[in-house]
Design a protein. Structure first.
Length: 171
């Protein structure tokens, strides 16, 4: 004989709400990498404020997505309507080009709208840097060899109150 037991309907919504409340409290742990020296370093975002000799300006960020991917985002304003601009994350500092990170083919050109606003986001196939000098350049055209019309040095964003080096191994 099969017996069906029904639970009180008021318990199911209450347990579902409790589960949702607990899931809302769970925070994703910070991404960390181990350096060649054995230090565990938290991956941080990098930000640049773009400056130019004319009205073109904006911001660029590098944000860790995973241990192997970095999200690069750029937003500009003051561009000529419907203009197209190449942009690149580069080694070095503004005025001291040491090369493009991951090659120019990965970067989707900026295409300005009628108000001169443009935004582009790309996923780069490397871990966000933990040290070094990097900058973002915006080009006059969509070619790498076009003149630089805006530039900004990337700086690491301060951590949210946590230490940069989470653990140091004894030699």
């Amino acid at each position: 004989m099969l017996r069906i037991v029904s639970r009180a309907p008021s318990l199911l919504p209450a347990s579902g709400l409790l589960a949702l409340a607990l899931l809302g409290c769970v925070q994703r742990p910070p991404l960390v990498v181990e350096t060649s020296a054995g230090d565990i370093v938290r991956l941080e975002s990098w930000t640049a404020t773009l400056a130019s000799s004319d009205a073109l300006g904006g911001t660029a960020t590098l944000t860790p997505l995973t241990y192997r991917e970095t999200l690069a985002t750029i937003t500009v304003s003051g561009a000529a309507p419907r203009s197209v601009h190449g942009w690149y994350v580069q080694l070095g500092q503004c005025g001291r080009n040491l090369g493009i990170l991951s090659g120019p083919h990965l970067y989707t050109p900026l295409v300005a709208d009628e108000q001169g606003y443009a935004r582009s986001t790309v996923t780069l196939p490397f871990t966000v840097p933990t040290t070094g000098n990097f900058y973002v350049s915006v080009r006059q055209g969509d070619e790498y060899h076009s003149a630089v019309v805006a530039c900004g040095n990337l700086t690491r964003d301060p951590l949210d109150g946590g230490p940069m080096i989470a653990e140091v191994r004894a030699p």
